[in-house]
Design a protein around this ligand. Structure first.
Ligand code: S3P
Length: 178
């Protein structure tokens, strides 16, 4: 079984997946790290040298490869993964998808300190960041909202988000008992 986390940059996908991996003893795959290992370059370098289109193709291939696994996996996707190709459809067919939702203000606050590592927002001032996130989220939300489940994370810690997902998994296994 694969549990996938989708959502905007800064929505907590990586942190929540790490907590889930530890608590559930499942393998954690971070799609960005998976691509970085395959390409032997950081995401920042891939964007700078090969451009976003190349990155999106590599991301689609990486996603197909991870989703073909039969292992128990927590998959943390990139913020743009659901937007390109048929990625969101694939995620919904091959995994149980959870959208970690947060408001633009929360996201901008979480993103401001480390924005230099994220190619899409590195050039923005902190004031520009909130407006950029609000517009970008508006475009992306329809894709994220296709996920099987939505968790509003504004008022939750990463631990609480992880526990919400674990509760769902436990419920599933109870329901599937003969
Ligand atoms: C992106 C988000 C990043 C990474 C790349 C593009 C996006 O992942 O895949 O910089 O388009 O939102 P995180 O959401 O893990 O930062």
């Amino acid at each position: 079984m694969i549990i996938s986390l989708v959502g905007y940059m800064g929505s907590g996908k990586s942190s929540v997946s790490t907590i889930l991996g530890k608590k559930m003893h499942w393998k954690v795959v971070d799609l960005d790290h998976f691509i970085e290992e395959k390409e032997t370059k950081s995401i920042k370098e891939i964007f700078a040298t090969q451009g976003e289109i190349y990155f999106r193709k590599a991301e689609n291939k990486a996603l197909q490869s991870v989703l073909s696994s039969k292992e128990n996996i927590i998959l943390s996707t990139g913020g743009g993964t659901p937007i390109f190709y048929n990625n969101m459809k694939l995620l919904n067919e091959k995994s149980y998808s959870f959208f970690l939702s947060a408001s633009p203000v929360t996201l901008a606050q979480r993103l401001a300190p480390g924005k230099s590592h994220r190619p899409l927002i590195a050039h923005l001032s902190d004031t520009e960041l909130t407006e950029f996130v609000a517009k970008h989220l508006f475009e992306r939300n329809p894709f994220y909202l296709e996920a099987h489940h939505k968790i509003d994370t504004d008022l939750l810690s990463n631990e609480e988000v992880a526990l919400t997902i674990i509760d769902w998994v436990k419920n599933q296994s109870h329901q599937n008992r003969p």
